[in-house]
Design a protein around this ligand. Structure first.
Ligand code: BGC
Length: 420
């Protein structure tokens, strides 16, 4: 099993490509009262430099690359599909194959076309058909070069945001697993009004990073199922899955009930919608300590990452074990990583995480791959470029790539682990 193991790194189009000006977040970044710390701009110019980046991966001994297709590039206006953008992604896929890198393609990684938001975004039931049509188009055009497909990245992120916002009233120290800044209600409302205007005078702006209603949570699952089934009719060779952001929830004291409730919210209630998938995309960064009242803040003495959450690479093994006891599907770790400016810490993190993966495989859990987040230092959403998750540093003035030690160590560590 370890011979065919998919080992590589992950990126998301909006975070690395640059100039995604037809996407919703482009508007959100350019608002006067934007919650984004800075603008994505050219990002790390991966749109033009993907060949160099993929070749580097090959040189570092990786054999897989998880990246996303920017929906707004492919379908900048409803029903209008862009040939040039489609060809671009064909070139990226071909480049992967030429370098013996298996592509793992994500169809939606947080950003959506602006026209989707104008039509009510992720709270409008039409999203199900819109997403399905886009996915069917992509695989009809490019499916000959694709096998592993993630429909929606962190499909639970909208729901996670609502949970976090509830606790936000109580505590200001809570962190979520992605670069989103929470705001006080008055500021949020003012921001919403400005955003509504910027999208052409709509009442509420529902991007994928806006907290959702229960209906919105369900719509994501329906969009996933519809897209999966439509793509299967194009080619039944595809391996299709969904990804979720999962914490290693650990009970402190008498909080089992609370922990069960949190796990249900984060994972279990999605099971009926993913059981017919071909694999599960597991994304984990840390653990969450839970007391009777809910999430506890990270104890003072614990080491923290740049994101403010605990440096705790052991979480990955625990989450893999938990998921595999409840879901009978092969698992790909589609994201796992650490925001730090100390690359030695990143190497330690990778060592711990991969030895956990190896133990899971040795115990018979079908883990098919591990994608480190992230290939490159990149645009961490509302937190801008301040968080460095990359295996490769980028000088954004010249866009020069400087691989870190961890970049070359990833494959070495895995080799060592698998020969043990
Ligand atoms: C998201 C990425 C993000 C990463 C680090 C994940 O939740 O999929 O887009 O950059 O976490 O916060």
């Amino acid at each position: 099993m370890t011979n065919n193991f998919l080992l590589g790194a992950a990126t998301a189009a909006y975070q690395v490509e640059g100039n995604n000006d037809k996407s919703d977040f482009w508007i959100m970044e350019h608002l006067k009262n934007s919650t984004f710390k800075e603008k994505s701009g050219e990002a790390v110019d991966h749109y033009n430099r993907y060949e160099e980046d993929i070749q580097l991966m090959r040189e570092a001994g990786m054999n897989a690359y998880r990246f996303s297709i920017e929906w707004a590039r492919i379908e900048p206006e409803k029903g209008i599909f862009d040939r040039e953008a489609t060809e671009h992604y064909r070139n990226v896929l071909e480049c992967c194959h030429e370098n013996k890198i298996t592509p793992i393609v994500t169809m939606h990684h947080f950003s959506s076309p602006q026209w989707i938001i104008r039509e009510g975004g992720w709270e409008n039931e039409k999203i199900v058909d819109y997403f399905k049509n886009y996915c069917r188009y992509v695989v009809t055009e490019l499916g000959d070069l694709m096998e592993f497909i993630c429909t929606i990245n962190e499909a639970n992120m909208r729901n996670e945001l609502i949970t976090v916002m509830k606790s936000f009233a109580k505590s200001l120290g809570i962190n979520i697993q992605v670069g989103v800044k929470l705001q006080l209600p008055e500021k949020m409302m003012a921001g919403q009004r400005e955003a509504g205007k910027a999208f052409g005078g709509i009442e509420s702006v529902n991007t994928f990073l806006s907290p959702c209603t229960p209906k919105g949570d369900l719509l994501i699952m329906q969009a996933h199922e519809a897209a999966r089934d439509a793509m299967r009719t194009v080619d039944n060779r595809f391996k299709i899955g969904l990804t979720l952001s999962l914490h290693d929830i650990q009970v402190v004291g008498n909080a089992t009930e609370k922990a069960v409730e949190m796990w249900d919210d984060e994972f279990k209630h999605y099971l009926p919608f993913i059981e017919k998938d071909d694999f599960f995309g597991l994304q984990n960064y840390t653990r969450t300590l839970v007391g009777e009242e809910g999430e506890l803040s990270v104890p003072e003495e614990k080491k923290k990452t740049q994101m403010g959450y605990e440096f705790y690479p052991q979480a990955l093994e625990n989450v893999i074990r938990k998921v595999s006891s409840e879901l009978n599907l092969p698992i790909i770790v589609t994201e796992n990583g650490v925001a730090t400016d100390n690359d030695k810490d990143r190497v330690t993190f990778i060592e711990e995480a991969l030895s956990g993966v190896k133990r899971c495989i040795a115990d018979g859990i079908p883990v098919l791959g591990y994608m480190h987040w992230s290939l490159l230092d990149n645009f961490e959403w509302q937190l801008g470029y301040s968080k460095t998750f990359g295996l490769i540093e980028v000088d954004r003035k010249t866009q020069t790539r400087k691989p870190k030690d961890s970049f070359y160590r990833l494959a070495e560590i895995w080799k060592r682990e698998s020969e043990r």
